[in-house]
Design a protein around this ligand. Structure first.
Ligand SMILES: NC(=O)c1ccc[n+]([C@@H]2O[C@H](COP(=O)([O-])OP(=O)(O)OC[C@H]3O[C@@H](n4cnc5c(N)ncnc54)[C@H](O)[C@@H]3O)[C@@H](O)[C@H]2O)c1
Length: 382
């Protein structure tokens, strides 16, 4: 089987059991909302993104796709997208800015971004291209935080803070998908293990609950007192990070902020510990600092490297090089992500038919209701 065939087969299987995207594809093939438009998409190049783009491109337009992270790029997806006539910008030899600039070279009427990365480069490095931009959509909390810290002269639809993403994808998609990755890489069974979740937003809430459902004893570190209080009512102890680290067998960061787990904090570990990230980038855990400070280390297998900060110190095993592990392994049910992608497509369709505006706008409730109705039908509960 060649590369693109493998990805196409997986897209076909996904669509068989949850036929949400093909329904939208039929609709877009009829209405052609993006005819004559150029659309740039910054995304993790997984088979789920391939399932989305297959349907989006039926709606006309000229599509260019940028790999959001070289570590989450599936080469079979790159091959499939190219076969479908989509321009794909990726490559380990290019840094993020290089990829963004190459993507923006094509010009864009619409942008779908993750992490405000493409839009950030547009603002900082290619301001002359802003004039042609009709509107954009951002899908992550990290991206929304960056958006709010910038003064954007164009409109951005925030689909992260709508009802659907937090309640379905962030909470259930990541929560259900991440822990099996830890087991498949290490063989570690969660039951009876002490798990520390750092960050108690929707993603952290899902991770903590799914870990508890697997029999782990879970603690939560959260800097926001409101969320820390919610965690206590949800039944999780909320120690300081120092106390939590000293007890944990598995530590998972999910804050969206770099450097929330430092080498100084890791020095407090008293027992061997697995380090996992499920947040946005690869820098929530200071993996580079850990590597530099380690007195020894070895690669135990794919996505699994352990380090020691002293000759007799516990082993600290980093999974997925600190990248969001569920995305690296493309794990979990595809349904939550596809629901969210359906909303992304509906938002791009809405943007194409809406007058340009300026600043952040929350995703219209009508689009969320439409996506939810389509997802219910795809689950056989129409
Ligand atoms: N892995 C995936 O598939 C996936 C899917 C969706 C979102 N995400 C990413 O996961 C991250 C979390 O998403 P969310 O929706 O829960 O975001 P969120 O911003 O609502 O929650 C993050 C929480 O972390 C807390 N926090 C920040 N810094 C901290 C620190 N140093 N110590 C302890 N707590 C800290 C914040 O107070 C906040 O409550 C984001 O970066 C998002 O982009 C990943």
């Amino acid at each position: 089987m060649d590369r693109s065939t493998a990805a196409a087969a997986e897209v076909g299987r996904i669509n068989t059991f949850f036929p949400l995207m093909p329904k939208l594809g039929l609709r877009w093939a009829r209405s052609r909302p993006w005819e004559g438009k150029r659309i740039a998409v910054n995304a993790h190049l997984t088979t789920l993104t391939a399932a989305l783009l297959r349907e989006l491109t039926l709606g006309g337009g000229d599509w260019v796709v940028c790999a959001a992270n070289v570590h989450t790029t599936d080469p079979s997806v790159v091959a499939l997208l190219r076969e479908q006539g989509i321009e794909v910008v990726h490559g380990r030899d290019r840094d993020n800015h290089d990829r963004h600039l190459a993507t923006l070279e094509h010009g864009a009427d619409l942008i779908a971004d993750v992490g405000f990365e493409l839009l950030g480069t547009l603002l900082e490095r290619k301001p002359e291209a802003i004039e042609g931009l009709h509107g954009a959509v951002e899908i992550t909390q990290t991206g929304i935080n960056r958006l709010r810290a910038s003064d954007v002269p164009f409109g951005v639809v925030n689909i992260n803070n709508g009802l659907l993403k937090a309640n379905v994808e962030n909470r259930h998609g990541v929560g259900e998908g991440l822990w099996p990755c830890v087991t498949s890489i290490t063989g570690v069974h969660l039951a009876g293990r002490r798990v520390l979740v750092i960050g108690y937003g929707p993603v952290g809430q899902g991770l903590a609950n799914y870990a508890r459902a697997r029999g782990a004893s879970v603690e939560v570190v959260e800097i926001d007192p409101v969320r820390r209080l919610v965690a206590t009512y949800d039944g999780f102890p909320t120690p300081t990070i120092e106390d939590g680290i000293a007890r944990a067998d598995i530590c998972c960061t999910v804050t969206g902020h770099p450097g929330c787990l430092t080498v100084e904090q890791l020095e407090l570990a008293t027992t061997d510990m697995l380090l996992v990230n499920a947040g946005h980038g690869a820098d929530e855990i200071d993996v580079a600092g850990l590597k530099a400070a380690a007195v020894s280390g070895d690669q135990l297998g794919p996505h699994c490297v352990r380090y020691r900060l002293g000759a007799k110190a516990p082993w600290l095993t980093v999974l997925g090089a600190g990248n969001p592990l569920n995305i690296v392994l493309n794990a979990g049910s595809p349904e939550p992500v596809l629901l969210h992608f359906a909303l992304l497509g509906l938002t791009l369709e809405w943007l194409a038919n809406t007058k340009a505006f300026r600043g952040e706008v929350l995703v219209p409730r009508a689009l969320e209701e439409e996506a939810a109705r389509l997802a219910l039908a795809a689950r056989g509960h129409g």
